[in-house]
Every structure is written in structure tokens, then in C-alpha cells.
Design a protein around this ligand. Structure first.
Ligand code: AQP
Length: 323
């Protein structure tokens, strides 16, 4: 049973990615689970190529420094030839209507503010690429939130359709709900979730931020008008966000903290976050400084991932009549 998860280098990884996903992958994942840096997915919207290259490398270093075994990670674009070939086969298995009804496509194409004629075709076809990611690796389980469940459903349909039309090749994957963890909110605007791609970075604590910068960002976090220190997500979302971060770092339930002032809360949150991230930051920076080691990890990951999918790709192409 292989479980496949991805993280997109759309910006620097933040404490939300760490608490909500990466730390859980490292501590609760099973040896056969796979994790990849989905850099091809970052190309569906406007992006800077040089920055994407740096962010992909940085994210790979963060995953390994977080304790995920190097044998379980790879970078998606290292399989661009295999994925390109399989995506084409799957695009020819998928109808336009199926792709166009993906709610994330409708939402993202509208949010982009561009006229539909200018929206990248990749934004429409990216769920098919995601299906190729899943089917190439033979993943049986894909942990996704509600926003991605429809994409896994599409991967299931394409796998079934291909298997019944051309011959049995693909494992039919299932979406599994990841355990619920608190959504970390933007420190400057607690109505939004903390996000890699936010333009204004003052509300995001990045995993590789220096301790002093983390202190500054947390000191400037938006709290609420009242001077009451209580855990009340509805009335005091900014404070609740800080208490939830502290809770995730310390294991103490957010209602059990007894602080006298906002200043005390922020001090405690900053120190807990710095301690939580310290070993990961150090490990990632060491890896990024040692070009050779990170390159070796990346190359080995790419080879393993390509090998894992080679027989499926060959069979799919042969059954589709093109190899
Ligand atoms: N704020 C968050 N709090 C808790 N968990 C979070 N995740 C993302 N933001 C938070 C979890 O991190 C994993 C990374 O998935 P992704 O690369 O698909 O990113 P995303 O969910 O689209 O959100 P990001 O990281 O903020 O990126 P952008 O800016 O590109 O949207 C997932 O498991 C996600 O739940």
C-alpha cells in the first residue's frame, strides 16, 4: 500500500506546512509512503523560473531535514519525460467536460483575474498531470483535503477507464482524509490561512526564517482590541491562531494556557516556534550548503521513482498502441 503526498514550491515552506503536513509525514508516515516536490504544478500560474528552481531545491532539503527518509522523496520534474508521456495518454482518456468541471479550475481561473482566453491550458489539464503522478507511482492512497478530493476522483475514473478500455495497468487510487490539524492563519490577517504564495510575507513564518525575523513577525502579529487573554477563535482569531501554534509546538491544549498579556503570549510563541524549527532549519541549511549531498539525494530519488513507474508506463504505452 503506497500513500503519495506532494508539496508545491509556490513559495517558501511555512510553519503551517510544517505543523499541518511535513512534521506528520515525518513522524507518522509508513516506510512505503512517498513524498514529492510538485514543481511542475507550480507552472500553472505566472512564476519565475530561476526562483522555482531555488524553491524546489530548498523544499527537498526541508523535507529531508524534517526527518523524511531520503528514499521516500523525489522532485516531480526529474520525471518530466515519464510524466509527460503518461499525461498525454491520460489526456486522451479524459474528456474536456471532465477537466472543465473541476471546481479548483473554475475557482483559480476566476481568481487569476485574467480573461478565460489567457488562462494557462496547464491550469485546466493539471489534474490530469496529478493523475499521472499518482498512477505512475502505483499509489493506492492519496491523502488530500476537500479541495483536492475531486482530482483524486478524476484519477480513479481515468485509471478505471484505461484499465477497462486498453488493459489492466493501473492501481485505482483512493482519496484518504488526512488527520485534521489546525489551519495556521496568516499572522497579519487571521481571516486568511498562512500561505506560501502570499505577496506580503510579514504574516508568514517560513521554516528557514532566522530566529530574529521569527521574533519580529510574531511580535507584529495582529491580536485583537480587547486585552483579555483567552482562547476564543470566533471573537479573537488572531490570538487564537497564536495559541494554536503554541499548542501544536508544545502539546498543551490551547485553552490551558494562562498568560497575563499579549506580550507574554507572543514571547512564548516566538520561542516555541524557534525551538520547533531549529533542527530543521539547521539540517536544511547544511544540506543546501553541501551541494553534492543534496544532488545525490535528488538523483537517487529520481532514479527510484522512475524505476517504480517504468513498467506501468511501458505497459500503458504498449496497450495504447504507441510503443
Ligand atoms: N496554513 C496552513 N496550515 C496548516 N496546513 C497547511 N498546509 C498548507 N497551508 C497550511 C498544508 O501543507 C501541505 C502543502 O500543500 P500544498 O503545497 O498543496 O499547499 P497548499 O495547501 O496549496 O497551501 P500553501 O502551502 O500555503 O501554498 P499556496 O500558497 O500555493 O496555496 C498540505 O497538506 C496543506 O494542507
Amino acid at each position: 500500500m503506497t500513500r503519495l503526498s506532494a508539496i508545491t514550491p509556490s513559495g517558501h515552506a511555512h510553519i503551517g506546512n510544517h505543523l499541518g503536513a511535513i512534521s506528520r509525514w515525518a513522524s507518522q508516515g509508513r516506510p512505503g509512503d512517498l513524498y514529492f516536490v510538485s514543481d511542475l504544478h507550480a507552472m500553472t500560474v505566472s512564476y519565475n523560473p530561476a526562483r522555482l528552481r531555488v524553491l524546489s531545491r530548498e523544499l527537498l532539503a526541508v523535507l529531508v531535514a524534517s526527518g523524511i527518509a531520503p528514499e521516500q522523496v523525489f522532485v516531480q520534474s526529474d520525471l518530466v519525460r515519464e510524466l509527460g508521456a503518461l499525461s498525454w495518454v491520460l489526456e486522451c482518456t479524459c474528456s474536456y467536460g471532465e477537466a472543465a468541471r473541476m471546481t479548483q479550475f473554475k475557482q483559480k481561473s476566476t481568481e487569476s483575474g485574467e480573461p478565460m482566453n489567457s488562462v494557462r491550458l496547464g491550469l485546466l489539464t493539471y489534474p490530469v498531470l496529478m493523475a499521472a503522478d499518482i498512477l505512475l507511482q502505483g499509489a493506492s492512497e492519496v491523502p488530500v483535503g476537500d479541495d483536492q478530493a475531486q482530482h483524486v476522483e478524476l484519477a480513479r475514473s481515468l485509471a478505471r477507464r484505461f484499465n477497462s478500455t486498453y488493459g489492466e495497468v493501473f492501481t485505482v487510487p483512493s482519496a484518504v482524509m488526512p488527520p485534521t490539524t489546525a489551519r495556521v492563519r496568516d499572522l497579519a490577517d487571521p481571516t486568511r490561512k498562512m500561505s506560501k504564495s502570499t505577496q506580503d510575507t510579514i504574516g508568514s513564518v517560513f521554516i528557514l526564517d532566522e530566529p530574529d525575523l521569527i521574533r519580529r513577525k510574531i511580535r507584529r502579529a495582529v491580536t485583537d482590541g480587547s486585552d483579555r487573554v483567552a482562547y476564543s477563535p470566533e471573537d479573537q482569531p488572531g490570538l487564537a491562531n497564536l495559541l494554536e501554534i503554541l499548542s501544536a509546538c508544545t502539546g498543551t491544549p490551547p485553552r490551558d494556557f494562562t498568560f497575563g498579556s499579549y506580550g507574554e503570549v507572543k514571547e512564548a510563541v516566538a520561542e516555541a516556534v524557534i525551538e520547533e524549527l531549529r533542527p530543521i532549519r539547521k539540517g536544511a541549511l547544511d544540506l543546501l550548503a553541501d551541494q553534492g549531498e543534496l544532488d545525490r539525494i535528488r538523483k537517487a530519488g529520481a532514479e527510484r521513482a522512475a524505476e517504480r513507474g517504468a513498467h506501468r508506463l511501458t505497459s500503458a504505452l504498449r496497450l495504447a498502441g504507441v510503443a
